[in-house]
Design a protein. Structure first.
Length: 326
């Protein structure tokens, strides 16, 4: 007997060696564990360019109609369920609500893919209400956002008055377009409840878009705050409607980590160059294009045992029977 064993024997004496006593013919049966309540399908939307990020922040940012169209087409080929669109002034790089520019992007997509992709976009630009909602009036979008909050964005303040949010939501609803309620913080949820739900402008299933993690929004500065913040937001939304539809953006530094967390939670995701310039939270790698991040998230969906939703499956989740026409 070696010295170490003698030392242990002197200290503990007779050491019990019982490990397990079986009372049946199986040591451990894993088959009794219940499946988690996670949906089989996951919607993957790619937001191509947005309103704010310019080439100074990311030289790869698509700005021209041709760049936006190419990236959109490539992302559809990469597996995206939906494309979220903004268009830019090709000289200034600033976002515009010009219907003609939208058509230069959307018409070729519809000609090539028909109803095989869901197209949505933002209706917030224009001097008059009619101009702001023109893309919906023209039948270009199947879904669009309303945002019941104000926010600082660089050197600007974004602010939508309650009546503006209500009028837009009611107009979109009556045009047969699904209203997505965009929120950055828990206070936005209460605004949406008071302005849109208690007023019966929106009916179930409510559709929420979470883009926490942006500057001035709900804090996601570390993995811990990311997990706690997203859990807080989701629980608050589930208290309003347990069966609501929730999409989480890859916003800010959280980037693909927060969308991966969302998939683990059984939610849906939006990735792309509208919402972040970063490929990873802990590195300074810039997004090279929308295609790469679309491929990445579709692969993560598959690795987690889920399946990327088809456009028709997404429409069914939103309560849309078919693509809206002009």
């Amino acid at each position: 007997m070696d010295e170490t064993m003698e030392k242990i024997k002197r200290k503990y004496g007779d050491i019990p060696t019982i490990y397990v006593k079986m009372f049946g013919d199986m040591y451990l049966d894993m088959r009794g564990l219940r499946k988690w309540p996670i949906p089989e399908i996951a919607v993957v939307c790619t937001a191509i360019t947005g309103s704010f990020i310019d080439k100074r922040q990311n030289p790869n940012q698509p700005i021209t109609n041709d760049e936006i169209l190419k990236e959109s087409t490539d992302c559809i080929e990469a597996g995206a369920t939906a494309i979220h669109l903004h268009v830019r002034d090709e000289k200034t790089g600033l976002a515009v609500g010009d219907v003609a520019s939208y058509r230069k992007v959307i018409d070729p997509i519809r000609k090539k893919y028909g109803d095989k992709v869901v197209i949505d976009g933002s209706c917030a630009l224009g001097e008059a209400f009619e101009a702001q909602v023109a893309p919906v009036t023209e039948g270009l979008f199947e879904s669009t956002e309303v945002m019941p909050f104000g926010a600082y964005a660089g050197d600007t303040v974004r602010y939508l008055a309650p009546k503006q949010v209500q009028a837009a939501a009611e107009y979109f609803r009556d045009k047969g377009v699904k209203v997505q309620v965009g929120i950055q913080d828990t206070g936005n949820i209460d605004n949406a409840r008071r302005w849109l739900i208690d007023t019966d402008i929106l009916q179930k299933p409510y559709y929420w878009h979470i883009f926490a993690g942006l500057p001035g929004g709900l804090c996601m500065q570390t993995p811990g705050t990311m997990v706690k913040s997203l859990d807080l937001m989701v629980n608050a939304l589930k208290e309003i409607d347990e069966n609501c539809l929730i999409t989480v953006y890859s916003a800010g530094r959280a980037s693909i980590y927060v969308t991966t967390l969302a998939l683990l939670m059984g939610l849906h995701v939006r990735v792309g160059m509208e919402d972040t310039i970063w490929r990873y939270p802990h590195r300074d790698d810039l997004l090279p294009n929308n295609i790469q991040v679309t491929k990445d998230i579709c692969q993560i969906v598959r690795l987690l045992g889920r399946r990327v939703a088809t456009a028709d499956e997404y429409r069914k989740l939103m309560g849309l029977k078919k693509k809206q026409k002009p």
